[in-house]
Design a protein around this ligand. Sequence first.
Ligand SMILES: *Cc1c(COP(=O)(O)O)cnc(C)c1O
Length: 415
Amino acid sequence: MSLIENRAAVGPLHRHISLRAQEKILPSVNEIVKTLRPEEPLHCVRPGVISNTASAFCTAFNGDVLYAVKCNPEPAVLRAVWDGGVRHFDCASISEVQLVRRLFPGAEIHFMHPVKARSAIREAWMLHGVRDFVLDSAGELDKILHELSRPQTTKPDTKPGLFIRLALPETGAAINLSKKFGAEPETAITLLRAARPLAGKLGLAFHVGSQCLDPQAWRDAIQLAGEIIRAAGVRVDVLDIGGGFPVAYTDMDPPPLGAFTAEIDAAYDALAMPGLKLWAEPGRALVGGGASVVVQVQMRRGNMLYINDGVYGALADAGALRFRFPTRLLRAGRNQGAPDTPFGFFGPSCDSLDVMNGPFLLPGDIAEGDWIEIGQLGAYGTCLRTAFNGFDRASLVEVCDRAMLETAGYELQEG
Ligand SMILES: *Cc1c(COP(=O)(O)O)cnc(C)c1O
């Protein structure tokens, strides 16, 4: 018997209702809660919202759209993204690569994590047809080239696509990523020059930070990228403008999608580099409105509600980041007329950090046994669940509801 056991900390979400693609009639959240009366968190995925949103982004953006898988890797979500027309996937780990390849044999997979395990590089290249790799250091460039040229590795049919990740100055994003990843301009120039002769396709990539409400962040970054490409003096094939596109939350109302694409198009035109292709790697924007979680109130103490999901479950961003997600009371039978009152939530674990202060507005007579639908949890919700304290159970259902908040510019196309 092997001494090493692989054990997933969190089991895959158990599906209550398995609906094949051809059975188009999905239940509503109200119907499903009435039927199931769920005592564990119920993830309500809206495939129609996700595919419409993905399709709106693909139409508005002048280039290839890569879905950032980490944001929500649920197969139901990935299929909806695919149905919206997305054929490229930004993966960061070998498990994400395997998952996407299993679901979509024809997908184009790009390995966009600047620091990779050697075995992951080899497996992605040899078994899964991954040809594009991102890097932000000379060490990672050496690592990639060494792994692809090892005798055991199948000889490259083409040279790899090599993408240099650029660090950016601070933007107005909720979550900055340039402190952890990205080459400073001087290093990026050196890396572009070093990679050019080795690359089948050479790219420059950046990420303005997640939930970035300021369209000008992309203009500034594209301008900086242009300066770096000119300074490097080598041909660059792709400019990858990353993710970061925002979603509406309570109190966070982003400019419409068109405001972002207008800045991107203008900045791209100003580069005057006609051969340069644009890529984007949206995560949150494609799926944020595409799922909610129904939780149950287990106890009320004043204006704090003890609920069955928390910061170690799908509500991580309601904790430290203090995101205010939209909420809605679901109650069987009784009236819902009580005026809205601000509430905070305690999660189920014994940890005092498992608190979400919101405030979340709910009818003042909310009580034990009531359900709350918490919206806009399609991005960085499900995927952040842990098994901490044994509260690892949740299930998933596909529903026909709209997003709980519309993000401007992604309005549903009827039909
Ligand atoms: C997380 C991530 C994304 C997606 O970011 P969003 O803010 O969800 O759009 C895209 N690219 C990379 C490299 C990332 O790490």
